[in-house]
Every structure is written in C-alpha cells, then in structure tokens.
Design a protein around this ligand. Structure first.
Ligand code: 2P0
Length: 312
C-alpha cells in the first residue's frame, strides 16, 4: 500500500484551450503557484480488479479510467485499488482534479516501482488533467512548450505569497473545464487573440516572479484571469462560473489594493475567489472577504510543496 499527497495549484497565467494533437497539451504557456493546506491524499493498493473511490464512494470517473487504461497498457500494471480523498470541495473551481491526478500518478509510480522522474510524472498527470502537470512541482511552476512537462520556476522560499480563498458556493460546477474550454475554442470570437497574447502574459508574469514585482504580477495575473473569463462569457452557449458574491469579492479586492494592501484576485472555472497577497496583507484581506455577503468560508494557504509520497 502506498499513499501520495498533492496540493491544488492556482494558475496566474491561465490555461483555457487545448492543442488538437493527442497528449492533452495546452494551447498556451501557463504558470501557477502550488498551495499548501488543501490536499488530495491517494492510497494505491493491490486488488483483483480496478476500483476507484473518491471521498469514500466508489465512482466511475471516465478520465481516471482512461488514464489507468493507458498506464496499465504502457507499464503492464496489475489491477489496483485507488482511494482518493480531498480535504476541500471537489469539482468546485478549487483544482481538485489537479491535486487528484498529481497524487494518483505519484502514488502509482512509487507503488509499482516505475522509476519516473518528476518530469515524467508531470507528463502522465497532464494526460489525466493538464493542470495536474503543475501540481507535481511546488512553489512557482511553469507548463510550457516544447515538452509540456511542468518545471519549477522558483521554490517556495523565493517569495512568500499567500492565497486567501473565499468560498462562495459548495456546489459542483455545471460545465466541466474540459467541456468549457472546448466550447470557448470553437465559439468565442476572442479565442485567436487569447492564443496570440498568452506568450507575452507568460513572459511578463515569469519576469515579475523572478524580480518579486508584486504590482506587475498583480496586473498580468488579473488580466489573464479576466481574458479567460471573457472567453467563457463570449462562448456559445455562454459560460459563467461567477456568483454575485464572486463579483463582490473582486470589487472588494480592488478596493483593498487602492487602500494600499498588496493583493490581487484570480478566479478559475468556479465561483471561488482566490486573493493572492503578501503575508502582511493576509489578515486584512481575510477579514474584508469574510464580510462580503455570500462568502461562506475563508481558507488561508501559504505556498505548498509538490506531490510526494507520505506512506509507503
Ligand atoms: C488553469 N483551469 O490553468 C485553468 C484555469 C481552470 C481555469 O486548468 O481538460 O481540469 O482536464 O486538461 O486541467 C482546469 O482544467 O482540464 C484548468 P483538462 P483541467 O488552472
């Protein structure tokens, strides 16, 4: 029996749209920070048939089944029992699939002695869910061509950013990211412009991280997020993952920044708001967001490590 743990990651330069060739590769370079506190813990054990349990219930997850089938063929794996538990809401825009696939591949690699390095684990995690490629690494992480295997841009101690997550709904999302990004690729009139501008956003954000330029990172990360949500809104049929409370949180974060707090927002394919801040602003940001009507819960996460084995 082998147990692996991985954290979700939050993209600061977003992935929204795939390349058409096989391998589940993003169409654009993207960049993230890995969170601590939130985690997927996945236990792999031998079994007489394949079974997948998520949060205590047996489920038939087509993405997990497809990845397991390819890995079984490639590595001649025995039947495995997989038990995965998240300590945070699943399928609600908190990157549960990123943490889940990173923990799954890390656990299988160790349990079956496949001898993968981090780059190869990242590639296999990406085949499950592209954002999962990034959760293999900790701190500041890039997912870029030509290999589309995540690389560490900087370790956790490079810059002590923190993330205050405002939960505005505990429900699962109605349209999956996979389906939503394909809809945007096919129908949003802004999709080609998104492809053209992503390289510049990536270069600007990675430069801002290298020089710890918070104002620059805030500008480019909020723009990348809002461009992605513009693609969603201009898809046909339209996609909107926000609640009124999500919008109120974004307004509150802009107001906090105008008052001098070092904070910016990012939002994924769900209604939760992630406020990225410097440690000295965390208390004020958490307090302010907790007072926004419709905010149900506040989570505070420093940066986290990459996927790892916690019991073997
Ligand atoms: C990201 N998201 O960069 C973006 C921002 C959601 C919004 O990556 O189809 O679950 O499994 O590769 O990785 C979520 O998409 O999609 C995602 P698949 P995934 O974090």
């Amino acid at each position: 029996m082998t147990t692996a743990l991985a954290h979700p990651n939050i993209a600061l330069v977003k992935y929204w749209g795939k390349q058409s060739k096989a391998g589940n590769m993003p169409a654009t370079p993207n960049l993230s920070i890995t969170l601590s506190e939130l985690s997927a813990v996945t236990t792999i054990s031998d079994s007489d048939h394949f079974q997948f349990h998520l949060n205590g219930k047996q489920v038939d997850d087509p993405k997990v089944s497809a990845l397991m089938s390819t890995m079984t063929d490639t590595f001649n794996l025995p039947p495995l029992h997989i038990d995965s538990t998240n300590n945070f809401p699943t399928s609600a825009g908190l990157a549960s699939s990123a943490a889940g696939f990173a923990a799954l591949v890390t656990g299988i690699d160790a349990h079956c002695n496949l001898g993968m390095d981090a780059a190869l684990r990242s590639e296999w995690a990406r085949r499950g869910s592209a954002s999962a490629a990034r959760s293999i690494c900790g701190g500041f992480v890039a997912l870029v061509p030509p290999d589309w295997q995540a690389q560490s841009l900087a370790p956790i101690d490079h810059w002590s950013l923190e993330v205050v997550v405002a939960i505005t709904s505990h429900g699962a999302k109605g349209v999956s990211s996979t389906e939503g990004m394909e809809r945007s690729r096919l129908t949003s009139p802004f999709y080609n412009q998104w492809l053209r501008s992503a390289g510049d956003d990536y270069a600007e954000a990675s430069g801002a991280i290298a020089t710890r330029d918070f104002a620059k990172l805030a500008e480019v990360a909020e723009l990348s997020c809002l461009k992605m949500h513009s693609l969603m809104l201009t898809s046909s049929p339209t996609l909107s993952y926000w609640t009124p409370a999500s919008i109120a949180c974004m307004d509150r974060i802009r107001a906090l920044r105008a008052q001098g707090e070092a904070v910016f927002f990012t939002v994924d394919a769900g209604p939760q708001i992630k406020a990225v801040c410097l440690p000295e602003s965390r208390v004020a940001v958490a307090q302010a967001l907790s007072e926004v009507p419709g905010v149900l819960e506040i989570l505070c996460c420093p940066l986290g490590e990459g996927a790892r084995i916690i019991d073997d």
